[in-house]
Design a binder for this molecule. Structure first.
Ligand code: F6P
Length: 362
């Protein structure tokens, strides 16, 4: 009999509930118990926020978006924003309290489902506090080097592609340039995959600092083919040559990552000024994180959940489950942290984009 606690941390991604389903069902069928920690580590800080997960509770959650446990990107127990008596926020290390509750409640393992930030926290609990941890990779950005794919990515790309498909007709009707900003942080996977699939004229990636003159030349060049409109996909982390990333002032206490956003509008203004074409921009934003996971993401998430429980059965802690080829592997957590997957310049998607005439801004 084992007792597992599962948490979901960082930005949500379609497929999180499928992981929870697989972990709960495959544990239950082994005769084990699973508890969910609400909002990342909240359930391990305040055990009122721990919820016993039964097969009945997870029976119908696989096709649903979001996470039944809730999530946060401001809940790092090693640097937690806590309000003092004067109402001011102080950053406090509450990791010992988490570890004490984990031990007191008799947990054998923590399955941490998260992206780079959440997995780094899980790794610290494993390395510094001796917590038996298993990581499950999650992010719509697909930017974890240690796994071929993360769940949530396929859904995000499908949402972005569908949006691009819809924008063609309105752009064409008005002879306009439409600039679409997509998520992905410092990796251009969402922009590249959706941009190629959705027939973009220009795709701007964080991996290729762009030259506005080249972007506008491509838009003007469309005229030679009797095409009077253009679709430009911009990754939120893309930058013009020599410029810094464009960020929003998040101003959220305890948030450790910058809040990217605004490059799409900047690009649109430049295009308007340089080409005199009507130009509009839109930010797809959190639409990409919402909704029901695609079949691919559901299956990947269920497989990750199943693989995580198999690692618990084998007592292999301090590992993250990962996709390699057609199968599941385990990668030591310390080899996962801080290794972001960028779009390689020689990959076939980049080559294909160039070969079919898409401008990458260089
Ligand atoms: O990492 C996932 C992600 O959606 C990024 O693509 C994006 O930059 C960020 O999270 C947005 O975070 P938030 O939901 O806190 O605005």
């Amino acid at each position: 009999m084992k007792k597992i606690v599962i948490s979901t941390g960082g930005g949500d991604a379609p497929g999180l509930n499928a992981v929870i389903h697989a972990v709960v069902k495959s544990s239950y069928l082994r005769g084990w118990e699973v508890y969910g920690s609400r909002s990342g580590y909240k359930g391990l800080l305040d055990t009122d926020e721990l919820v016993r997960l039964t097969p009945e509770m997870v029976a119908e959650i696989t096709p649903t978006g979001g996470t039944i446990l809730g999530s946060t990107n401001k809940g790092n127990p090693f640097a937690m924003p806590v309000q003092n008596m004067a109402g001011e926020y102080q950053i406090v290390d509450v990791s010992d309290r988490v570890m004490k509750n984990f031990t007191r409640r008799g947990f054998d393992c923590h399955i941490a489902v998260g992206g780079d930030g959440s997995l780094e926290i899980a790794q610290r609990f494993a390395a510094e506090k001796g917590m038996p941890v298993i990581g499950v990779p999650k992010t719509i950005d697909n930017d974890l080097e240690a796994t071929q794919l993360t769940f949530g990515f396929d859904t995000a790309v499908s949402t972005a592609t569908e949006a691009l498909d819809k924008l063609h007709s309105t752009a064409k009707s008005h002879d306009r340039v439409l600039v679409v900003e997509v998520m992905g942080r410092d990796s251009g996977w969402i922009a590249l995959n959706s941009g190629i699939s959705g027939g973009a004229d220009v795709i701007l990636l964080p991996e290729i600092p762009f030259d506005m003159a080249k972007v506008c030349a491509k838009i003007n060049d469309n005229e030679a083919y009797d095409k009077h409109y253009a679709i430009v996909v911009v990754a939120e982390g893309a930058t013009a040559i020599g410029a810094d990333k464009v960020c929003k002032d998040g101003g959220e206490i305890g948030r450790q990552e910058e809040c990217l956003g605004g490059i799409g509008e900047w690009v649109a203004k430049e295009i308007r000024q340089r080409t005199e074409k009507d130009t509009r921009s839109l930010v797809l934003g959190h639409l990409q994180r919402g909704g029901t996971p695609t079949t691919f993401d559901r299956l990947l998430a269920l497989r990750f959940g199943g693989a995580a429980v198999r690692l618990v059965a084998e007592g292999k802690f301090g590992q993250m489950v990962a996709l390699e080829g057609n199968g599941m592997i385990a990668v030591p957590l310390e080899q996962v942290i801080g290794r972001r997957k960028k779009v390689p310049m020689d990959c076939d998607k980049i080559l294909t984009a160039r070969e079919i005439g898409i401008c990458l801004g260089d």
